[in-house]
Every structure is written in structure tokens, then in C-alpha cells.
Design a protein around this ligand. Sequence first.
Ligand code: HEM
Length: 439
Amino acid sequence: MMATKVKNTETPLSLEQFHISEDYGFILPEPMTDLPVYYKPWMDIARNVPELISSHSLRLRIHDMPLLETHLLRTHRELRLAHLALSMMTMGYVWQEGERETVKVLPRSLSVPFCEVSQRLGLPPILIHADTVLTNWKKRDPDGPFSMENLELLLTLPGGESVRGFFLVTLLVELAAVPGLKSILDVINGVHYNDVAMVTKALDVVSQAIVSMKQALKLMHEYVDPSIFYGIMRIYLSGWKDNPSMPEGLVYEGVQEKPMEFSGGSAAQSSILHCFDELLGVQHEGNSGAFLRRMRDYMPPSHKQFIENISSRPSLRSFVLQKADEHLTHTFQQCVARLVDFRNYHINIVTRYITIPASRAKQLRASKQGLAEKLDVIRTAPTALEERGTGGSGIMTFLKTVRDETKETSISQCTIENQVLPEPSMTEIQKPASKLTTE
Ligand code: HEM
């Protein structure tokens, strides 16, 4: 059932008013690479998180860290880099000894500035997609292309090249979405001006952008090793909400005595698919809807407002039904099918990077293996996360529900009166989900 909403038909929409870049979309353009010298104690630690974890000395270094004032951070870009640095240190501090020796308290020197910076940005005091992906990049050659070869991370976590691959491939998925993001405005304007051709053209750009996003997502296989992802990296992205290894959450010392709970970093916090869902009228309900809505609180507030603004506009789907234009309907159907296809491909990725290593880890734990197997990183992977995503969701049920809800947005043959849709797109949509995945 569609929720009854007051539709916003008047206010014109621009990307700029939501701090979205014409060239980079939700990606922070040219992130700052260093903070003012006063914050050297933070950056010295943040730049060495993997090494300090492997020598088991990160917690000690953080205990010795001075409590710094945050008012010297002035610009948005400075605050974003500070959030990234403090979040990397926080994840390292909490998970340094794996899931068995977690901490109950985040020390004051970290928790106080982290909460102050987070409050100024309207973000939660934990590592989020906007840190690790949107703020965490630099071009090696400033005039060179935005490509894997020419990009590097500002800060990293344990897992070596796979961490670089994971964050930068996700960055390329964000970049691939930009033309689609911009075309959302034209779709909305086209509906407003009752211009079928304009809507069709703009929707086709959205549809093509989803194809490019899938192409970029495929790079994950080339750059990220599933055992490293599962066995080493994942724990550092995990939060302290719905996580059995930190059932009480975390006390942010000097901020409040009661423990706080926050979900870990996940691309479910990327604003892209939230925008496309709202544009196409995909309805996420129940637990999965609640999880996705909660993820919006882990986005920069202006990006969340952009998503809400799209949702407040007159329904594109109703417009498509009402116009009953063959080309427009086909384009809409194709766009929905491509979004389903993207989600199916993502489910494949999750199977390769989480489900399969998780079942291998279970087998290895169950069997009495020798020293060689003990070295297998998968064997030491956190058990609390076997069934869950780093954002804390029950993974497969959640992802399949979200995929199926996307499928339900397509316009069924009987809904469209007096109209024959071109065969390929309809057959594509009606195929069972398992057959839709192209890999
Ligand atoms: C190795 C790569 C990846 C893995 C293992 C992975 C895993 C997951 C998991 C476990 C979830 C469930 C939510 C949670 O608890 O975190 C999720 C959700 C999600 N992920 Fe990924 N992910 C990967 C890459 C990406 C990339 C590159 C994107 C693109 C932006 C992406 C977009 C999403 C979205 C939008 C959701 C929310 C569900 C949906 O809207 O369909 N993921 N992912």
C-alpha cells in the first residue's frame, strides 16, 4: 500500500542545495588530505591503524593521545576528514583484539572529539560509508583519470590491497551513478511539465547509469580477495548495534554514561539506491524497510533530505500508468529490471564474499585441522557476524526481500490497458530472480 503523502509540486530541485556535486554526485569533491598541524596526534595514529593493530599497540597509543579541542576545525572538508580519522581509530580501538576481547568504553580522548565532530556534521559517531568511501580518496596524478590505477585511499584498515579495492571499487560505483543522479531532476521536472518525451529520455539515463554501476561493481572480483574480506576486514566495519559480540553497545566516555548503539559501515548507507527507489516508487516495508530507513541516519543530512525530497514529489509510476505511452512504459520497465539485476548481482557478490567463506569457516571450526589450516584467515573470522551484515542485518533474507520489493514495482501486463510492451523487457522482468543475474 502506498503511504498517503502531501506531494511537493512546486519547489524546484537543484543538486547544489543538497550539497551534491555535478561532477561527483554524493562523493566529496577533492577531500582534504591533512588536518591543521594541531591535530597531528590524531593523524599520526590514524595513518598507521593497520600497523598499530598488528603490533597490538593501537589501544595504548590512543590512551596516551591528548584530548584535543575541535573548534579549530572550521570547514566542512576538515570536519569530514576529522570524522574519517576518528572513525578509523575508533574501529581499530574496539576490534583490535577481535570479537573476544572487545571493550566496553571508548576513552575520552577519542570519544569526546568524535562526538563533537559528529554532532557538527549531523552524523553518528561511528565509521560510515560517507567516511570510508566518499571522503577517503585522492588522485595520484591530479590531472589523470578517476580510475583504480590513479586513485588511492587517504586512510586504511587491516587487509592491505583488498581494503583499497573494496573502498575504491565502491567509489567507482558511486561515480558511475552520477549521470543517473543528475537525470532524476529532469524526470521530476518532466512529470511536473507533463512532458512525456523529457521523462522518457531522463529515465533512460537513469537506467543506463544502473548498468554502469553494475559494470563497476564487477571490479570487486579483481581487487578484493574473499578470504581477506571475510577473515580480516569485515570485523573493522562492524558496529555495536544488533551485534552479539557487543550486546551492551559502547560507552562514549565523557559524553554519556549510558552505552550507545550504532550500526557498522555498509553501502546500504549509500544514498544512490535510496534515490532510485524513491524515484521509481519502490516500497520497502517491514524489517527491511525499517533497516533501510535507519540507514538514512548514517548519511550526510543534506543527502538524506534529497532522498526525502524525491519521495515527496508526484509519483513517476502513476504518471507512467496514466500516460500509457509505449516508449515511456518500456523505459520505466527496463529501469526497474536493471535495478533488480543490479541487486541480483550484488546478492551474488555477497554470496561469494560472505556466505561461502562463512560456511567454510564453520566447517573448519568443526573439523580438527592441523597448523596449516590454522593459518587460514577464514578460520579466525568473527563468528558473531556469520549470519549478519556489518550494518547488522540478517543478510540474505534482507537482500532478497529488498530485491523482490524492487520487482514488485514493475507494471504488470494487466495494469497497462490497450498496450503491448516490447517482449524482451517484459520477459526479463517475469523471469525467476535466479535467472535474472547475468553472471
Ligand atoms: C564485497 C562487496 C560487498 C559486500 C560483501 C556487500 C555486502 C552487503 C551486505 C551484507 C548488505 C546487508 C546490509 C548490512 O548489514 O550491511 C549490503 C547491503 C547493501 N549494499 Fe552491499 N556489499 C558489497 C558491495 C556493495 C557496493 C559496491 C554497493 C554499491 C553502492 C553496495 C550497495 C548495497 C546496498 C544499496 C545495500 C542495501 C540493500 C539494497 O538496497 O539492495 N554494496 N551489502
